[in-house]
Write a protein of this length. Structure first.
Lengths: 402, 134, 313
């Protein structure tokens, strides 16, 4: 039987965001995976260079809808480090609170998506119904269900009142019960086990070699978590477990994420009971002094790295974001070796891909080559010519409404 | 012991319960307090410092001077990202967030919200002068 | 002659089966939704879907075989409606019956699956071809248990005609208890035939986009979906006729209502299965069907032989 190459994407019902994976299959077995990223590149890093730091913060927050607080906090920690600002303790605790609520929201969303990819829509509906509890809590605390906008340079923008604390604790109680049910379901259901166990295996050495981060690494028994290894916000003062698992496959990733849901409930209870009094922000200057900083943050998907360089003006000189999915997507090709085509959606979903976070521009310069730059008009003409030559499609008559 | 269909005992009672879906738009969704919806004006008066424009990430605000010490704020709801940075940045607290999120419109022009400045402060009385113009 | 035409085309033929099929689809989707704590569609949703699809543009891929591509939905719908005329619905005999019509009914019910395969193959599209191959692989997995499960009660009844089976069980009502293992086997295999969860592998949306129907749109897709609805009803009616053969002597109206009740009961069971299970992989499904389902069906056949030999012999 001949090998067939299937284009998985960029438009595909299994993918929530566009990326292209060319799968070469023999019958139903996957032989090779060729990933082509970049379909979601929006030029955010360049756009940040043309905005003030506070405007850039809102732009960075919108890199992703699910890990928006991760990106915003990492960015603002970089800027505070360059400016030498001392963030008050209460602000750090509130940031941690929102971070853990975001982690719960993200993992519940992921459980639903994983269920949908294997055709188990009931799990999708139930986890997303329970996720509404977190969304309502976040809307009450921050003013919006996603893109919370709680961070400002020097602290947070809103305070947490005692009534809100009580409401959060009630919500967490409900969620803890539901998470226990999902843990029980993951261990009891035979069909979940059939579809998830021994699928997408990634042994510990490969996970370390390919640079996997976050729950993917922890499910392959790599004990790494930025919250414990390089504490930021209030994590240095809190007591929590890092969940690892030895299964090294998709089932392990499910167990790690459900375990992290339980841990997040506990962390939130600790934060609320130890919330220190004090101001919620310090005044930040408009002009951030020259300097550079790099921070790491444990987003729900893994280690998120931000780098900011300031040059004493109101605008950042360079912003660089390395999202966790970029580190994990290298491992997908190894995970899919000797797996079936039917496993492709769930294995891809198991790294919790967020391609909006991932796509950044990378300049690869070989020694001695001339850099070629094109402006917008030249790029458009180049594109029209390419399509005319290679695909036989003539796009020159399309009028742009700019 | 693993069995197929482990969700059955959880799922069956729901056939008799009310669905978790809210019947929008017949039942309106209650937004929490401090929800960041459409921007509205408070009674305070804009002095034209343009700090809100400086910090707006989307460039949605324009301020035009209509008279001496009177400014008109135009907010383009189509561009606004509802971050409420302008609410925080304004030193006079002229803008505030409302809970209105049902902002869809068929015409871009209706999405430009104009907030006119409040009445000018009363001129100090110079003896028996005429009543100040409002 | 006119009376026969009325029976085949209107009642209980094409028109009645289409409407009942859409009612069954509504029942299935509503129960599925309510079990998931959602509201679910209104009663007219399947009709609305059908009318909407009729109004859409029909796109035939450039390299596909036009004639076969457009002819296949008709073949599928015809086969399914034809098979219903041999199934005793609410009386002891079907519209038409002859010795051997069990085989004819099962063969006519296999035809839609073959048309799904051909539809995917002739679409000249990658995803459709994958779906088509999966449909055929699935056919080899569930056909044998389904056939054995349907034949087991026929063995006890010593008849190769579904009407004969119904008459036998009408005379000896208690014997349908022995067919319960076969009922479970056939219920599981029916899900494979109807390509429903957990066996909706040929139509796995998240894996191969649309499966066999990827390139179908407009009227053609409307008729394929109508075929699937009617297959749901006819398959359930077949199971009801073979495994629940009680109450077949009742007066027409009561018998009709009992028939509706039996079919909707089976549809409810199928909807509950769809809710609590995930999709299986094709290799897991083939393994499951040959290891466990066929063994259970064989077991049922042995029970039937024992019943026939010991009790009746």
């Amino acid at each position: 039987m001949a090998k067939v190459t299937i284009p998985f994407g960029p438009q595909h019902p299994a993918l929530k965001e566009p990326e292209r994976f060319d799968l070469t299959i023999l019958g139903e077995r996957i032989v090779r995976l060729n990933a082509r990223l970049g379909y979601n590149h929006r030029g955010i890093e360049k756009a940040c260079e043309q905005r003030s730091y506070i405007s850039a913060l809102y732009l960075i927050e919108r890199i992703c809808g699910i890990c928006s607080h991760s990106h915003a906090t990492a960015f603002v920690q970089c800027v505070e480090e360059i400016a030498g600002l001392e963030v008050p303790a209460r602000a750090r605790y509130i940031r941690t609170l929102i971070a853990e609520l975001e982690r719960m929201h993200s993992h519940l969303l992921w459980l639903g998506v994983a269920g949908h990819e294997i055709g188990f829509d009931t799990l999708l509906m139930y986890t997303w119904r329970d996720r509404e509890v977190v969304m309502d809590l976040l809307a009450a605390l921050t003013g919006n269900r996603v893109n919370y906008g709680i961070n400002t340079i020097g602290g947070v923008r809103r305070d947490v009142s005692p009534e809100q604390c009580a409401e959060i604790l009630r919500g967490i109680d409900t969620l803890e019960e539901r998470t226990k049910y999902y843990m029980q379901l993951a261990t009891e259901d035979a069909m979940l086990a059939e579809r998830l166990v021994a699928v997408g295996s990634l042994c510990t050495e490969d996970a370390a070699r390919l640079g996997a981060v976050g729950p993917v690494a922890r499910a392959s028994n790599l004990n790494q978590d930025v919250r414990r290894d390089d504490p930021y916000a209030a994590y240095g003062e809190l007591d929590f477990k890092v969940i690892t698992d030895t299964h090294c496959d998709v089932y392990g990733r499910v167990l790690v994420r459900v375990g992290e849901l339980m841990e997040s409930c506990r962390i939130i209870c600790q934060v609320l009971s130890n919330l220190p009094e004090g101001p919620i922000a310090v005044k930040a200057p408009r002009k951030i002094p020259a300097g550079e900083a790099l921070t790491r943050y444990e987003a729900p998907r893994g280690e998120d790295v931000h780098y900011v360089r300031g040059n004493g003006t109101e605008r950042p000189e360079r912003v660089k974001v390395r999202a966790p999915t970029l580190a994990n997507v290298q491992a997908v090709s190894k995970m899919l070796e000797n797996n079936y085509l039917a496993d492709m959606p769930i294995v891809l979903a198991a790294i919790d891909p967020c391609f909006s976070c991932t796509d950044r521009a990378v300049v690869v310069r070989e020694a001695g080559c001339v850099e070629q730059r094109m402006d917008w008009k030249a790029l458009r003409l180049y594109g029209i010519e390419w399509y005319r030559k290679n695909r036989g499609i003539d796009c020159s008559k399309i009028k742009l409404r700019m | 012991m693993r069995k197929p269909g482990a969700m059955l005992s959880e799922v069956l009672p729901y056939i008799f319960r009310k669905p978790a879906t809210r019947d929008y738009p017949h039942m309106k969704a209650e937004m929490p307090a401090h929800f960041r919806g459409k921007l509205v004006s408070t009674d305070a008066k804009c002095v034209g410092c343009k700090l809100c424009i400086k910090d707006c990430p989307a460039g949605a605000i324009t301020i035009t001077k209509v008279a001496e010490k009177q400014f008109e704020i135009t907010i383009d709801l189509a561009k606004c990202i509802y971050c409420a940075q302008c609410v925080d940045a304004c030193p006079r607290k002229v803008l505030a967030s409302s809970a209105n999120f049902e902002l869809a419109s068929l015409d871009r022009e209706t999405l430009k919200v104009r907030i006119t400045a409040g009445p000018p402060p009363a001129e100090p009385d110079a003896g028996e002068g005429p009543a100040p113009e409002v | 002659m006119g009376y026969a035409l009325f029976n085949i085309l209107v009642f209980p033929g094409l028109l009645f089966l289409s409407l009942f099929g859409m009612l069954a689809e509504f029942a299935d989707r509503k129960i599925y939704a309510r079990l998931q704590n959602r509201v679910g569609p209104p009663w007219y949703q399947p009709e609305a879907d059908f009318i909407k699809l009729l109004a859409k543009e029909e796109i035939v891929p450039a390299d596909a075989d036009r004639a076969v591509f457009r002819f296949l939905p008709v073949v599928a719908l015809t086969a399914v409606v034809c098979s219903s005329i041999y199934i005793p619905l609410w009386s002891r005999s079907a519209l038409y019956s002859f010795e051997g019509d069990v085989i004819v009914v099962l063969y006519l019910l296999t035809l839609p699956t073959l048309t799904f395969f051909l539809a995917g193959w002739y679409s000249n599209s990658l995803f459709a071809a994958l779906g088509a191959v999966r449909a055929l692989t699935q056919l080899f997995a569930y056909e044998v248990p389904l056939f054995m499960g349907i034949l087991a009660p026929a063995i006890v009844a010593s008849s190769w005609s579904l009407s004969g089976v119904a008459q036998f069980y009408g005379a000896h009502p208690a014997y349908w208890i022995f067919n319960l293992p076969g009922f479970v086997v056939c219920l599981v295999a029916l899900q494979g035939k109807l390509e429903r969860l957990p066996f909706d592998i040929p139509d796995a949306e998240t894996e191969i986009v649309g499966g066999t129907f990827t390139e179908y749109s407009g009227r053609l897709l409307a008729f394929f979906r109508m075929t699937i609805d009617v297959e749901l009803v006819v398959g359930s009616a077949l199971l009801a006729a073979v495994f629940f053969p009680f109450g077949l002597g009742l007066p027409p109206v009561a018998g009709f209502i009992l028939f509706l009740g039996k079919v909707l009961f089976i549809v409810t069971l199928l909807a509950v299965f769809r809710t609590v299970m995930a999709r299986m992989r094709i290799d897991q499904m083939v393994e499951f069907c040959w290891k466990y389902l066929s063994t259970a069906a064989l077991f049922q056949v042995l029970i039937s032989l024992a019943v026939k030999g010991v009790i009746l012999g």
